[in-house]
Write a protein that binds this ligand. Structure first.
Ligand code: SF4
Length: 439
């Protein structure tokens, strides 16, 4: 478990507090979670909304505690990014070995809409639709529209890499036009991936990479999937800005592969924000980051080959990590002070963790403990509700709970300072600013 330790902060000679972590990693962390998972399995698992009942019965799920939910209508995806459990290449192998069914088990629209009603009743006011990739699902527009209709206080986001919505010549595809005609895409926040800088120019079309045969390229180089989708994501963001949608959030997964280019990506997103302002677009343009995640994946039982700690940030990367995020954090403090629009959507604490050399070991070990939830629920494609985006619930909360650690970005979306797990890493002497994804 985490414990509080007083540490001398030499930068301002004040005493600050931050957690130190028991050195529990794979296989111990996994072994402990496996015991809870086995117990759950013996009891028949948690299906449908049983996790909610489990949480309520034990007083773990309290009224007004839930802030948001991640909603996955499908985990299937046409891309194959290294380290992603939803990669198509991984899925094809799993199907071949009869480990998963060829057709994904997915709840029907009535059940999914019912889940949204339930989440809203539990207090969730931000629904984030996520996959896999859900652009091509017939029910996506209808589920999102149902979410938008839940109440005037609801905020809806969705993730899309834009590959299905943007043609190789940079123009809007038929699917894109359909979404605009349906009217929902203008009202939601669209999150797009940009893990690499893009070649696009906002003021003219760019030839994007060829879609056909890309899987063979991904097979040769798993990182190419991220470079590929980054090109489409950047062009997609431009088109959405031109059409004046509510909000575009560009997201970057930070890893040893791209840390040297994160600042360039940040400046490109800044350029997108300037472009929106220059053409009079009302679209709010934001940027978020999240370190590439291995720890909770290992803990929940995903293969260590697929989620190795060596894929995440290493000590050798930390000079660059600290330099990049110190710059970005200071820029955001400056923006806020100058009354400029936010660009960084993450909180000051989360960014402070990446900016301060004092927290290097915590960043590399992804050693920020859970213990705040359950505030962020998860709905799976078959309609199962979980108390966390990674875990059913009992692994983290309740009598058998295990101290699992991670720095996964969704944990920063808790807007309440006293509940956000990253406040401990706030830059001393500077005002807190919240993650604004749920706003
Ligand atoms: S596009 Fe997203 S869901 Fe698909 S493989 Fe890449 S990271 Fe995973």
């Amino acid at each position: 478990m985490a414990s509080e330790q007083k540490v001398n902060d030499r930068s301002n000679a004040a005493t600050v507090e931050f957690p130190t972590i028991e050195p529990l990693r794979f296989p111990e962390e996994r072994a402990r979670v496996a015991v809870v998972q086995e117990k759950l399995k013996q009891a028949g698992g948690m299906n449908g909304t049983q996790a909610i009942e489990w949480g309520k019965d034990r007083g773990i799920l309290q009224p007004d505690q839930v802030v948001m939910a991640e909603f996955s209508p499908s985990y299937r995806c046409s891309e194959s990014c290294d380290g992603c459990p939803d990669s198509l290449l991984l899925l094809m192998i799993a199907i071949e070995r009869n480990l998963v069914p060829r057709l994904e088990t997915r709840a029907d629209l009535g059940i999914m809409n019912g889940r949204l009603d339930l989440l809203y009743g539990l207090g969730a006011r931000h629904i984030m639709f996520i996959g896999g990739t859900i652009d091509g699902l017939a029910e996506t527009p209808r589920i999102i529209t149902h979410a938008l209709d839940l109440g005037s206080d609801i905020r809806v986001s969705w993730f899309s890499d834009g590959i299905m919505q943007i043609n190789e010549n940079g123009e809007r595809s038929n699917l894109y036009h359909r979404f605009i005609k349906q009217g929902w895409i203008q009202k939601v926040a669209t999150h797009v991936s940009m893990d690499y800088p893009s070649d696009i120019r906002a003021d003219r079309n760019t030839q994007l990479p060829v879609k056909k045969g890309r899987l063979e390229e991904f097979e040769k180089d798993g990182e190419y999937s991220r470079r590929f989708k980054s090109q489409f994501g950047a062009q997609y963001a431009t088109r959405l800005i031109e059409d004046g949608v509510r909000r575009v959030v560009v997201n970057t997964t930070v890893s040893p592969h791209n840390i040297g280019q994160v600042l360039e990506i940040y400046h490109q997103v800044e350029g997108l924000q300037k472009y929106a302002i220059s053409i009079g677009s009302p679209t709010e343009v934001l940027w978020t980051f999240s370190p590439w995640i291995w720890r909770p994946h290992q803990a929940r039982g995903d293969s260590t080959k697929q989620s190795p700690a060596s894929g995440g940030l290493q000590m050798a990367d930390m000079d660059k990590v600290n330099e990049v995020f110190k710059f970005i954090l200071d820029e955001e403090f400056h923006r806020i002070q100058a009354g400029l629009p936010r660009l960084l959507a993450n909180s000051s604490g989360y960014t402070g963790l990446m900016a301060n050399p004092k927290y290097r070991q915590i960043t590399v070990d992804q050693a920020v403990p859970y213990g705040i939830g359950p505030e962020i629920l998860q709905v799976d494609p078959d309609g199962t509700v979980q108390l966390d985006s990674m875990f059913a619930g009992p692994e983290l909360f309740g009598p058998d709970a295990v101290s699992v650690h991670s720095t996964f970005g969704y944990r920063d979306r808790e807007p309440r300072k006293e509940k956000n797990p990253f406040t401990a890493y706030q830059k001393p002497g500077k005002p807190w600013f919240a993650n604004i994804i749920t706003t």
